[in-house]
Design a protein around this ligand. Sequence first.
Ligand code: ZN
Length: 319
Amino acid sequence: MKDKQISFLKDALDFLDEVMRSEEQRLFFVACLSHLSDNEQLLRTQLSDVANTSKPRDPKTYVNWLDWLITKINDNKKFIWESREIKELILFPMIKKQSGSGGSGNETSFYIEPVGLDANIPKQDDTDASASTTINFSTVYYQAKKLKRTPWYLTACSPFFEKTRNRQFLLIVLILYFIAMPISLGWMLVKPGFSIYLWAPLFIIYYITFVPVKNILSVSTRKMTLLEHMFQPLSSICLSEVSASPNTKKIGDISRKLSSVQVEGKCPVCASVYGLENSIILEKQSIFKSRIIGRCLNNPQEHQFTFDKDLMSGTRLNS
Ligand SMILES: [Zn+2]
């Protein structure tokens, strides 16, 4: 049980790999997990020993690092939970902190506690563990990794996604912009007294903001969008996720947040035939169909899968 919890948390570290501040930090976290696999708890005074480097940092820094890790894991619980191919745990092994006053015998410590998942995380059928070990060519499980750089416009718009009313406001403003800009640009061209010095900068602004606005519109209406930018890894998407369950069951009351992740999947066919890992990336289905699907790089024509952002899994597409 403990081994499974530790390997689960190591997968969580993989998920956060891109946002780790340094290799030193990553190694420290791995060392902490190793310590927790042999011990019930990790005390503040043990942190420097656990880090096992020639230049240990202040224990306060290590505590801050672990606080950061706990927050990140908590924020991305759903991705980390759903990204596992073999669902062998029923509860989420969470790293917890027990704050102490610093006196002897009353020290800050860290430990692992299995916690229930939020209501918005679907329950796993853990009784069906045997089924997932047999090769199933029709199902793909996606793995998500946190993106190092979230595009600036998504960070800027993120607060609007917390409340439905703000989301709608943003949507209306952007749709107006989307429609009004090309109309005014066209109108300026035919209007007497046309000035290229006014028109050109406006055109450039529209050109630069076109993709950001399209992506925000798409993430607010479809709840996900592909981030096809330069400097962004392939298969990067932004999801509008449920962040808090509403008290009422009305879908409109749901509070949301934006998360940017890179998604990969192991093609069940190519993994079994060639041992290929993560050959599936997310793409648009075709130029004409904007549905996001998982496509195998080894056999892009035949190995296509649906992408369910809430289950982080997909099934084979037939056509
Ligand atoms: Zn394949």
